[in-house]
Design a binder for this molecule. Structure first.
Ligand SMILES: Nc1ncnc2c1ncn2[C@@H]1O[C@H](COP(=O)(O)OP(=O)(O)OP(=O)(O)O)[C@@H](O)[C@H]1O
Length: 226
């Protein structure tokens, strides 16, 4: 489960006389197992900032962000790394490409680092790549030279390879064609069915409606906006 309690965030702009801007105040919500919650709100309301705090990329100024037993808002960096390895997945539309590592290994890696044996990790990786329509002739190549859409689908396959109990989805269906969009929505539904707690940003309203149980408008957490 994911629990956010009274979280605030400000940025200090060091190149602008150390001006401090408050971008979030009093953020709080709960996402239970098997639930998918969509973050909504106008551009600049703080959806990405909240997502980055959930993943531990941005430090919250105050409050608690509990993912299972770990409070991301106060955890040590090594606890965050362990959390990301075992409990908290993050699926964005962008692949951080590692040169010379095959697509199959890129997708199987989250399984191998969590103790799966080589053969079953590869089988799972193959099944996901097939579902996401990555041609088999590409599986042994590094995704470095793949098209944007192919890299996006490799990244999604990697993000869904291991059954994380909590998942963050940042525009996972952006710029996909209808068939692949359907494949991603099916993966999200399966993750919910096995009990994952999911927070997502979906600008595609139809995709959001298809998988989200609830929406949270982050504008309610924007200082000075009611
Ligand atoms: N690194 C940063 N330094 C300073 N201000 C930032 C930083 N990141 C975000 N902000 C500010 O925080 C506010 C929220 O931005 P954020 O990107 O979270 O909005 P968003 O809801 O995701 O918008 P969009 O839908 O356009 O992606 C904005 O006013 C933005 O300028």
């Amino acid at each position: 489960m994911i629990s956010v309690e009274n979280v605030s965030k400000s940025f200090t702009l060091h190149n602008q006389d150390a001006a401090v801007i408050s971008v979030m105040e009093g953020a709080g919500f709960f996402v239970g197992p098997g639930e998918c919650v969509g973050l909504i709100g106008a551009s600049g309301a703080g959806k990405s900032t909240l997502m980055r705090m959930l993943y531990g990329n941005y430090l919250a100024a105050s409050g608690h962000i509990r993912i299972g037993a770990v409070d991301v808002a106060s955890a040590e960096p090594r606890e965050i790394l362990a959390l990301r390895k075992n409990s908290l997945g993050y699926v964005s539309q962008f692949l951080r490409v590692v040169p010379r590592v095959s697509t199959l290994d890129v997708v199987a890696e989250p399984l191998l680092v969590t103790g799966s044996d080589f053969a079953s990790a590869r089988e799972r990786a193959k099944a996901l790549l097939a579902r996401l329509n990555i041609p088999e002739r590409l599986w042994s190549l590094s995704p470095t030279t793949f098209s944007g859409g192919e890299q996006q689908r490799v990244n999604i396959a990697r993000g869904f390879a291991y059954d994380y109990p909590a998942l963050l989805l940042d525009e996972p269906t952006a710029s996909l064609d209808a068939q692949n969009r359907g494949a991603v929505l099916a993966l999200i539904r399966e993750a919910k069915q096995r009990g994952a707690a999911i927070v997502g940003i979906f600008h595609d309203e139809a995709a959001r409606a298809a998988v989200c149980d609830r929406e949270i408008d982050v504008t309610q957490f924007t200082p000075g906006v009611s």
